[in-house]
Write a protein that binds this ligand. Sequence first.
Ligand code: IPE
Ligand code: IPE
Ligand code: MG
Ligand code: MG
Length: 347
Amino acid sequence: VSGATGGVARSAAAQAADGIEEIMARGGERLRALMVRTEEHLDDVTAAAGAPLAVHARATVAAGGKRLRPLLVVLAAEAAGGPQGGEQGEERMVRAAVAVELVHSATLVHDDLIDGALLRRGRPTVAAAAGRRAAVATGDLLFSRAFAELARNDDAEQLQALSQASSALAEGELLQREDAWAAHVALERYMRRCELKTAALFEAACRLGALNAAAGSRELAGALGAFARRIGLAFQMLDDVLDVSGPVERTGKSRGTDLLDGTVTLPFILARERDHDLARVELRTLATPRQAEALCERIASTGALDEAREQALAVVAEAKASLPEILPDGRSELLALVADAVVERYR
Ligand code: IPE
Ligand code: IPE
Ligand code: MG
Ligand code: MG
C-alpha cells in the first residue's frame, strides 16, 4: 500500500482499526460506551487476579488488539434488539464480551508458547519475556477468569457456548501439531483446523451476543453464529496469508513463523500444487528466520497468496450475503462492516 503513507505499508492492525473505527463511528455514542465498559471491565478482571501472574495477564490484555470478538458480542446483541433487561442486561452482555476476549487472550499466550513465537502485538510474547512456565500459568489464569466472569451470568447455555469454543480451540491446536512438517496436508483438513482454532470462537461471540439480547431466539443465535463462523474462517485464512507476505512492521509478528514451526498453511498448500520443486522442500530443513523468509518469497512468487486471498474473500462474500436472511433491513449494517474490516486488513 502506498500513497499518503509515503510508500510504507500500513500495519495490518492499523488497517483493521480503520475498519473498526468506521463501525464505532456508525454505532455512535452507545456502541462506544459499551466498548469502553468492556475495556474497563477487562482491565479490572485481569488486575484483580493477583501478583505476580496478573502482571503478565494484564500486560497481555493491555497490549491492545483489535477487540474484534467482544465487538461481535456487542453488535450481535444490538442486532438482536439490544441487551435484555436494562442496566443489568447490559452488564451481562459486557461480561460475555469480556469473557470472550479473555479466552482469546488465553489462547494467544498458549499459542505463542506452542508456536515458539517471539512477537505479539509488536511486543515480546509472555513466553519470550518471562519463560514457558509463566506463559502456561498466565494462559490458564486467563481461561479461568473468563469462565468465572461468564458464570456470573448464571446461564448454562452461555457457558456451554464458550466452553465448546475453548475445546474446539484446543482441538485445533492439537490437529495443527499432528499435521506439523507434513509433506502433504489436504485442503479440507486445513479448513477444519481453521474452523476449530479460530472460527469457533467467532461463532461463540455472536451466539453469546444473541443469547443476551431481548429478541435473541435460539434460531437467531444459531444463524448469527453461522455468519460469524464464516468470518472467522476467512480471518484465519487471511492471517495465514499475512504470515507469508509480512512484513513484520505490518503484522506485528515475525514473517514465516508458521513455516519455521512446521505449520503447513493455505499459501504453502497452494504453492506446493503450483510448483513441484516447492513440493519437495522439507520444512524441517528450515533453520533460521532468513531461510523462512526466502521460502516465503518462493511461495509468493507462485501466485499462491493471491489465490488464498481470493478464497478467503469468497468466504466473506458468502457470509455477507447470508445477512439479509438472518436480520431485517437496517439491523445487519454494522455486522456487514465487520466482514469488511476482516478483509480490509489485507489490502
Ligand atoms: C490473532 O487474532 C489470532 C488469530 C486467530 C489469527 P487477532 O488478529 O484478532 O488478534 P488481536 O486480538 O487483534 O491481537
Ligand atoms: C491462531 O493461529 C491462534 C489461535 C487461534 C489460538 P495462529 O498461530 O496463526 O495465530 P497467530 O498468527 O500466532 O496470531
Ligand atoms: Mg501462532
Ligand atoms: Mg498466524
